[in-house]
Structure formats: structure tokens, C-alpha cells
Design a protein around this ligand. Structure first.
Ligand code: NAD
Length: 354
């Protein structure tokens, strides 16, 4: 693979390789840009078929974090780390895994704070506690170790605020009373979002592949439940994807009956063509990395000195960003996700927030 070509295509940046012979660590850190401030992004650990796959993943994800931080008006660039896991990682004893994360922490430390790590898929708060023993450039450690804890209530709060902006400025409704939202996946974020919506007077339909989760949320909130393959077809105002990425596909498009899509999942549009088709059908799509920025805002607040009220206030402002995107999308007759990309690119190029 042509590494510099990949970096140039994504507007990069730096790519660092870390290897530790004693633990077998093979890690990559992508730093998109530090123009807005030190880069932040999680560490993903998974098995990769090839080094090219790992490079693709880390560079693409770091760019995503850069855009997310820029639109959230954070003084941070985007970064990401991947650790290429050995095939038998699941069988490793705890001390062997801890040694790997200590070595990873030393690698992050050598970057001198231009990259700040946190947890991501495959890694946990306890892994970050281990990383903390090798570097101070880590966030999302346990609350009893000075960390900011679970980011999902903040992610859910930001989603609710984005949904309010859509209700007000796309549907012309004063509030969420009577608004029907179909939530796909009631895990960490989805369950918090469901609670926020019901408290604001919305009507809910939910689904989850996990029967215990969906029953608990349905019983608590009086939500209607549908099968997982029906949720996107519910006749409702808003579909909120809060499970896995790629929920919106070409195949699902003709079945949608909602007027907007607004949820926490990352990479909701399976292809760029899906966004184009949603726009053509008049279905408003809230760009995922804008509406789900509450978790990153909370972690960035930990870096600045943790203050839950400040993190909440900044998360609440996701309303204004979604409103700006709605206005600009109308003015420029352009898809909301392309407007979000433009805002991020303009901000990163300017090196400052407006
Ligand atoms: P989670 O694993 O706690 O919840 C996901 C839920 O979706 C689970 O209950 C799971 O059973 C369910 N699910 C999986 N496949 C499903 C399917 N096909 N149909 C219906 N339900 C299904 O994860 P989470 O932390 O709540 O994150 C949800 C999404 O939001 C993810 O895409 C994540 O990347 C994204 N996100 C999360 C945060 C955060 O703060 N946790 C921040 C930004 C983005």
C-alpha cells in the first residue's frame, strides 16, 4: 500500500508505529492534525488480516475523530490508535494483557502528549487504568482514578438535543411532546436516550437483539417493542440508530417511513449514496459524528480538568450545531453530512473555531 498516498487523501498528518519485542506489541497511532490542539481518540484492539488493514483503519478513524472534535468546538485534533491483536488474545492471562497495555502506554508517552488516548472497541476502562501507569496522556480511566467515567449519558444527552433541534427547525414543533421515535438498540446510549425522550414527552418504539435489555427498557418506559428487522420500517417521526454502524443501506431506504434519522451509532450511512437518497426523499439525516459528540466532549473535559456541569453545557450546545447544519443545508441545498464535513474542514484549515 502507498502509505503517503493514503495520508494525503485523508488530509494527514502523522502515522506512528510502535513495536515492543518483549510483549509482542504492534501498535499504530494516527494523528490527523494538532492545529486545534492535542489529538484525542480511542484505542481499538482487534485482529487485522494485514498491516494495510490496520493502517486503513487507524488513518480513517483518526480523520473521523478530527472532524468530530472540530464540529464539537473542542480545542483538540483527531487521533486514533490500533493495536494489532494476536489471534489468541482472548486466552491471554490478565498479567500478559496488562504488560501489553503498559508497553502501549510507553509508546503513547513517547508521542509527548500530541496524542491522548482513551478506550474504544476491544479496550476497557481497566485497560486504560493500566495505560495510565505508563503515561499521563490517557483519559476515560475509572472515576476512582480521577477519570470521567461512562460517557454514554453525555452521548445520549447530545442526541436528545439534536432531536430537539430537528423537532423545532425541521418539523416546526415547539417540543418533543407526542413525537414518535424508534430507537434501534437500547444498550448504553440507547437506554439513556430512551429515558431522555420519554421524560420530554415523546412516544417510543424500541428493539434490541438482547431480549433482557429490550424487556427492561420497555417495562421501565412503557415503550412499544418490535423485532429488530422491523425497527427501521416503523411509521414514526424519527429513527434513532443506536446499535451498530451501517444500519442505513440501499435496501432499507424504500422501507423507511420516518421524516428524520438521528441517533448515536457511528457510520450510520452504509454508503455515501444512502445519504444522497435520504436527502432526495426529504428525510433529514443528523450527521452521526455531530449528534453523538457528547461522549467526546465529556472526555475532553476530563483533559481540561473534569467538571460535569461544563461537559453538560457543551453537550447541550449540540442543539445549536444541528440547527446550523439544518439552516446551511437548506441554504446551500446540500446534504447535512456534507455540510458537517465542510464545517469540520473549514475549522481545521483555519486552525481555530469561529
Ligand atoms: P452498546 O453495546 O452498549 O449498545 C448497543 C446495543 O445495540 C446493545 O444493547 C445490543 O444488544 C444492540 N444491538 C446490536 N445489534 C443490534 C441490532 N442489529 N438491532 C438492534 N439492536 C442491536 O453500545 P453503546 O455504547 O450504547 O453504543 C451504541 C452506538 O453508539 C455504537 O455504534 C457506538 O459506536 C456509538 N457511540 C457510542 C458512544 C458512547 O458514549 N457509548 C459515543 C459515540 C458513539
Amino acid at each position: 500500500m502507498e502509505i503517503f498516498e493514503t495520508l494525503a487523501k485523508l488530509g494527514y498528518g502523522e502515522l506512528h508505529f510502535g513495536h515492543d519485542a518483549a510483549t509482542g506489541l504492534r501498535a499504530l497511532v494516527g494523528i490527523h492534525s494538532t492545529r486545534l490542539g492535542p489529538s484525542i481518540g480511542g484505542t481499538r484492539i482487534r485482529f487485522y488480516d494485514s498491516e494495510s488493514d490496520a493502517i486503513d483503519d487507524v488513518t480513517r478513524l483518526a480523520q473521523g475523530m478530527a472532524y468530530k472534535a472540530a464540529v464539537a468546538k473542542l480545542p483538540h485534533g483527531g487521533g486514533k490508535a490500533v493495536i494489532m491483536a494476536p489471534a489468541d488474545l482472548a486466552k491471554w492471562p490478565a498479567e500478559k494483557r496488562a504488560a501489553l497495555f503498559r508497553a502501549f502506554g510507553a509508546f503513547v508517552d513517547n508521542l509527548g502528549g500530541r496524542y491522548i488516548t482513551t478506550e474504544d472497541s476491544g479496550t476497557s476502562t481497566s485497560d486504560m487504568d493500566v495505560v495510565r501507569t505508563s503515561t499521563k496522556h490517557v483519559l476515560g480511566t475509572s472515576i476512582d482514578k480521577g477519570g470521567s467515567g461512562d460517557p454514554s449519558p453525555f452521548t445520549a444527552l447530545g442526541c436528545r438535543r439534536g432531536i430537539e433541534a430537528i423537532a423545532n427547525h425541521v418539523f416546526g414543533k415547539p417540543d418533543l411532546k407526542g413525537l414518535h421515535v424508534a430507537v434501534q438498540g437500547v444498550g448504553h446510549v440507547g437506554a439513556h436516550l430512551a429515558r431522555e425522550l420519554v421524560q420530554a414527552g415523546a412516544k417510543l418504539t424500541i428493539c434490541d437483539v438482547d431480549p433482557a435489555r429490550r424487556s427492561a427498557v420497555a417495562a421501565e418506559l412503557g415503550a412499544a417493542v418490535v423485532d429488530v428487522d422491523q425497527i427501521l420500517e416503523v411509521d414514526c417521526d424519527i429513527v434513532a440508530p443506536c446499535a451498530l454502524g451501517g444500519a442505513l443501506t440501499e435496501a432499507v431506504l424504500p422501507k423507511l417511513k420516518c421524516k428524520a434519522v438521528a441517533g448515536a451509532a457511528n457510520n450510520q450511512l452504509r454508503t455515501p449514496g444512502v445519504g444522497k437518497a435520504l436527502h432526495a426523499r426529504g428525510i433529514f439525516y443528523a450527521p452521526d459524528y455531530v449528534i453523538n459528540g457528547g461522549g467526546l466532549i465529556n472526555v475532553a473535559q476530563e483533559y481540561a480538568g473534569y467538571d460535569a456541569a461544563a461537559a453538560r453545557a457543551k453537550t447541550i450546545a449540540i442543539y445549536d450545531t444541528i440547527k446550523d447544519i439544518i439552516d446551511r443545508s437548506r441554504r446551500e441545498k446540500t446534504q447535512p453530512e456534507l455540510i458537517a464535513d465542510r464545517i469540520a474542514e473549514e475549522t481545521i484549515a483555519a486552525g481555530t473555531h469561529k
